[in-house]
Write a protein that binds this ligand. Sequence first.
Ligand code: 3H9
Length: 702
Amino acid sequence: MDSPVVTMTRNGAIAVVTIDRPPVNALSADVRRGLLDAFGALASDPSVAGAVLACAGRTFVAGAEISEFGTAAFSEADPNDVHAAIENLNIPVVCALHGTTLGGGMELALACHYRVATPTAKLGLPEVTLGLLPGGGGTQRLPRLIGAADALDMMLSGAPVSAQTALEKDLIDVIVEGNLLEAAQRFVGELVATRAPLRLASELEVDRASVSPTLFAESRASLAKKARGAIAPARIVDCVVAAVTTPFAEGLKYERDLFVECMNSPQSAALRHAFFAEREAGKIPGIAKDLSLRSIGKVGIVGAGTMGGGIAMNFLNAGIPVVLLEVRPDALERGLGIIRKNYEATASKGRMTLEQVEQRMALCSGTLEYAELGGCDLVIEAVFENMDIKKAVMARLGEVCKPGAIIATNTSTLDVDVLAAASGRAADVVGMHFFSPANVMRLLEVVRGRDTAPEVLASVMALARTIRKVAVVSGVCFGFIGNRMLEPYLRECEFLLLEGATPTQIDRAIETFGMAMGPCRMIDMAGVDVAAKVVLERRKEGALPADPSYRVACQMLFELGRHGQKSGAGYYRYEGRTPVHDAEVDRIMEGLARQYGIARRSDISDEEIVERCLYPLINEGAMILEEGIAYRAGDIDIVWLNGYGFPALKGGPMHAANVIGLEQIVACLDRYADKRGNTFGYWSVAALLGDLATAEREFGGA
Ligand code: 3H9
């Protein structure tokens, strides 16, 4: 055999087949061909008594090669033929698992007669996270091996299990310490010596005890609530029903048909786009991969409020010591107390042990003295969002931080370049915009200042990975990527309210589109006061359009003390945490419409709401790209998917725009410009969007 990615060696009567296709040994057509050749050769070699299938590098196969989906390569060398070639051998085949055995990798392992794994190995079928189902026999073999209920759990959650759990579920046969390959060869040697039976998952019956009469109905009911409109999870249930009710070969065929349906769906295209965009976002154009990074072993945080405390928890969770600075002892104590309470709450839900709580708290110290931040490699300021206060803090940090330390600001709206200048060492300064709650939200906008040193940017991006954030680089502008795009979205939401739409109607339309939360509920939760202050601040700076009716709705609610959920009223009235329509809000909006000469209408459709809120947001995204604030359209998508509740099944605003068609978006913006007038440029099409639409190209396209 002659494959660059699959090799075979011999150790006496034992053959070792090794896949070597960095970085994660994805099961591409060439790997599948290599495996067909290798196992085909074994079938006709009487001198071989047993075989081991293993992988070189950091992991066993982490899935099918995702970039092949929807291409010609997908149809080459069917994985089910590979699996049959392994299962049908008359010698035992043992799979040696390390790293992450995922998706098509797990299906390959399930086709082997036995499985051994390292103690740190993880196994899973995460296809659902890509809008897919396991399409290489996974939906048919896994229920036969571990029962329908557990198999459904694994496939619907997509979450991998540990080697220990896999052992307990009979998904693997043994956990081996020491050298995996040697242990796997010893294991197969014993199977040969004892003439152990060949175990074929395809020949098992699904354990009836694992199929309660309500299992499938309950799964479907729960999906209707939790995975509204998602195709793949529903098809996974269909496949497991087939595993229980039909012979293996029939189930396999059914599974493949449903896999192809999922693969060709816009939902899967969106989720696959997000998978690659997330990985791409970590790459900074123009910065060499081998640039030496600043090491970050200790972090200082200025401000122990909700934000500062949440930020601290990210580092404590990653085992990185934190020094928290406050100006007053009571504020410091309260801040440290909140962190402890958060951890204890997690422990009370059984998600961490009390010992782990103490371990994390032991890494966290407090101080009232700036000088104590001198030993930190990174200091993040998380003080009140006010330019003068932040400038004073940055100046202080410029003095006390050691040479080579990185100084970061957590500002969400202020000019990072101004703050960098205030520190007196702008090359060391970067923005780290965490989203609230900072210990929960995955997104981190890393703001590249005019003078930020490349290694500072690269070091913070690497650190983001360590603390399990998905980081996106943004240039300096008001609101960076996310909040800048939020602005036109909220502008139109408020105009719609003045024109006669209700908060309930707007939120319902936007939530039906798929956003996790409509804009009115969102501002009520974040605080109408917070939103209004940003508008007021920008008005003072002269940064707003000369339109007197711009965002007046939010300012009026603020003035009336309707600060949102926390004050019991905002865009809604609150009964506990439940938003309820408030006729008073209708009256307020009517009054504002009268005051600003805006005509009230009763014909606002859900379609208009979605177009008017989302298309200007996409248009702003185009400007952000045009200005080089974001490197890539995919980066913008990652921001909105991870920080703003954009529906994952739509792949982010720029991907969604591509799907809708850029020409259609331009035509729609033009239509609103005609209908509503364009005095303030609200409907002016971004040059990039216009150009791409004319050229019939897409965001992010070649
Ligand atoms: C499937 O298997 C379908 C079958 O059931 C049916 C077929 C008929 N393909 O994440 P990282 C790349 S569906 C192609 O940064 P980590 C990734 O793009 C698949 N490429 O590292 C990146 O490339 P680059 C089911 C892949 O250590 C590099 O590897 N499997 C694939 O943080 C490193 O990735 C999955 O859904 C792939 N399958 O995490 C698993 N996987 O360096 C998806 C990775 O050029 N993968 N790459 O940017 C993962 O969850 C994580 O990548 C993994 C490693 C945990 C493996």
